[in-house]
Design a protein around this ligand. Structure first.
Ligand code: BTN
Length: 242
């Protein structure tokens, strides 16, 4: 059973989930109409105007059941699920920019920020923060630093947030138990098919260094394998510039 907690305004649904994780049940979604301090990956902010989706799913799997390495690729799993929602419900083809940006026509439509919460020695849970541009206009899109697009522009009609969210949750939990058992291998081929970076010359910007090379493969841990001419590099953090 999925539980939902709604806010009309909040700083960040992820922050709320991190702070309150001890009191939040497994499979609870925190949803806000508006975020005043929405966070993106790598310390960026997430522009969070009304009528879009800002949701954080709190999961507390038993970790004897799934090791942390498998759980870390839940970000890839979520990206594949979001792509399925766009395809099945709206007939739209998406691409995934490693690890978890969802793009349509080369422009970003959704992003995912996952956070493991560990207190002391104990794993409290994982938070999957999802932001989707559902209803934005050209002026609002200009406020986003990356080139972005919104679902309403692609369908020609306003998007119902709750309908989108319910479809996403349904798709997510269809294979969630399998994902906990099999990890990235469950969706690896889907993920690779949706990848916009494979085969391209890219730059990987890590916190302390950069690599240039051809994006050659995604390995079983969800890492991006770069062929850097005389050496292979397995990338597991940072941003990819195509
Ligand atoms: C990215 O940088 O692409 C990830 C963006 C994630 C944004 C979502 S919106 C809901 C949740 N709350 C946040 O503060 N961030 C995530």
């Amino acid at each position: 059973m999925i539980k939902k907690i709604f806010f009309s305004e909040i700083e960040s649904t992820n922050d709320y989930a991190v702070k309150n994780i001890e009191h939040i049940e497994d499979k609870t979604v925190i949803i806000a109409d508006l975020q005043t301090k929405g966070r993106g990956r790598n310390g960026r902010s997430w522009h969070s105007e009304k009528n879009n989706l800002f949701a954080s799913l709190v999961l507390k799997p038993k970790c004897s059941f799934c090791d942390m390495q498998r759980l870390n690729t839940i970000v890839h799993y979520t990206a594949v699920i979001l792509s399925r929602v766009f395809k099945k419900k709206y007939g739209l083809s998406t691409q995934i920019k490693w690890p978890n940006d969802i793009l349509v026509l080369g422009k970003k439509i959704a992003g995912i920020l996952t956070e493991n919460v560990i207190k002391g020695e104990s794993f409290q849970g994982i938070i999957i923060g999802t932001g989707v541009n559902l209803n934005m206009d050209e002026d609002s899109l200009k406020k986003i630093s990356q080139t972005a697009i919104s679902l309403n522009m692609l369908t020609g009609r306003e998007t119902d947030r709750d309908e989108f969210l319910d479809f996403f949750l349904e798709e997510f939990f269809l294979q969630y138990d399998d994902f906990l058992k099999k990890g990235f291998l469950l969706i690896k081929e889907n993920y690779k098919m949706l990848s916009m970076v494979l085969g391209k010359k890219v730059r990987a910007v890590l916190p302390d260094k950069e690599y240039c090379g051809i994006a050659k493969d995604i390995d079983d841990k969800g890492q991006l394998i770069l062929d850097c001419y005389n050496k292979e590099e397995a990338i597991n953090i940072g941003d990819i510039i195509c």
